[in-house]
Ligand binder design. Structure first.
Ligand SMILES: C[S@@+](CC[C@H](N)C(=O)[O-])C[C@H]1O[C@@H](n2cnc3c(N)ncnc32)[C@H](O)[C@@H]1O
Length: 354
């Protein structure tokens, strides 16, 4: 065991707030206590470099730390802005009236691209109206919260919680499937109203100026300073690493892209953003660059999985060129589906110090 004074995750400063349950490939919300126990005590500013659902960033915010969170994807950044950066803005009844109001100027992107693939006509019109109305909210945090809650409503609505398949509509019309998962047949507006209170209740001020970024972590790192600890949870290369394939619809919806091609049966946008961590040909070099660019950050925690490429021993070899490394492991005993977190697979945490 290493001799650092360890954080006590039960001594949370803001433990009365609950992170709304995400459905996101590779989200760490179920193993947070295991990760948090490896936080050293002598830190005040932290960076979650691959924030995703923001489950780890939120737990760090709860600890009273100043949190910088980042993700390549806009829809993850919206969650970061809504739940991490935002101190107090919530969505009121008046706000939802604005968001749900008929709008003759509504755009028609969802109707054009995704109607008949993921949504029926009524939901497509509702989504187009809602997206147009988001821009009528003047507070940027309310806008982010509206998109964040909508994105979560959509991962509840679409079977399997992602957009890399064509089963959404057949399953939403299948009584057996509906019995098992009633959300897939509910109108999106009711799903939104059902989960909104959990999100409103999750907004709090931890006394710090937290920031959410949307950037490639390798581009972001040279621009940030004063970070005491970085937490990195990159895509698990070779095991569901292509987040842009799974969540393309949310990204197109948030960005309102018009200058992309929309390819294949699911209408995935092209060209994708460059990740550097999702393809075998890039990933080792990206890890070298990640460690090198983190040179001024004293502490680093890195999540990894036994199904990832390169294997854990190769990753430790890379890490050791830059840091003192201790690897901890945890076996997943229950299948939660998706991205490595299946029964019998191992999750690793590399505790890396300078
Ligand atoms: C394993 S997930 C993170 C899960 C997160 N810890 C959670 O609890 O939800 C990996 C994330 O890395 C993001 N990502 C991929 N390439 C990136 C890059 N170059 N820079 C920043 N984020 C990236 C993906 O969009 C995805 O959200």
């Amino acid at each position: 065991m290493h001799a650092l004074p360890l954080f006590n995750p039960t001594q949370s400063f803001h433990g009365s707030y609950d992170f709304p349950e995400p459905q996101y490939l590779g989200a760490k919300h179920k193993i947070l206590p295991w990760i948090l126990q490896y936080l050293p005590n002598d830190i005040s500013t932290v960076l979650d470099g691959f924030g995703g659902s923001q489950s780890v960033a939120y737990a760090l915010k709860q600890q009273g730390l100043a949190v910088h969170t980042n993700d390549l994807m806009q829809f993850c950044h919206m969650t970061g802005k809504a739940l991490i950066e935002n101190k107090s803005a919530t969505l009121s009844k008046e706000d939802t009236s604005v968001l749900f109001a008929q709008n003759p100027l509504r755009q028609n992107q969802v109707q054009t691209l995704f109607q008949g693939i993921f949504f029926n006509q009524e939901d497509s019109v509702f989504l187009d109206t809602f997206r147009t109305n988001v821009d009528l909210l003047s507070c940027p945090y309310k806008k982010a919260l509206a998109l964040c809650v909508m994105n979560r409503s959509l991962t509840r609505k679409i079977i399997m919680g992602h957009f890399a398949h064509l089963q959404a509509i057949p399953y939403a019309n299948n009584p057996d499937r509906i019995r098992r998962n009633p959300s897939i047949a509910k109108p999106i507006q009711s799903l939104f109203l059902e989960i909104l209170p959990q999100y409103n209740a999750a907004i709090f001020d931890n006394g710090q100026d937290n920031i959410s970024y949307q950037n490639d972590i390798l581009t972001l790192l040279p621009t940030v300073s004063g970070i005491d600890l970085a937490y990195y949870d990159p895509p698990y290369c070779s095991s569901h690493a292509d987040y842009q394939a799974f969540y393309h619809m949310l990204e197109t919806y948030g960005e309102r892209w018009e200058d992309k091609e929309f390819r294949g049966g699911t209408k995935r946008y092209y060209p994708p953003r460059h990740s550097g961590f999702d393809k075998k040909r890039d990933v080792e070099l990206s890890f070298h660059r990640l460690f090198a660019a983190s040179e001024n950050i004293p502490h680093m925690l890195l999540s990894y999985n036994c199904r990832s490429y390169p294997d854990i021993n190769s990753l430790i070899e890379i890490a050791k060129k830059y840091r003192h490394v201790i690897a901890y492991e945890k076996e997943y005993t229950q299948s939660r589906g998706g991205k490595g977190s299946v029964s019998g697979s191992k999750e690793y945490l590399l505790v890396c110090r300078k």
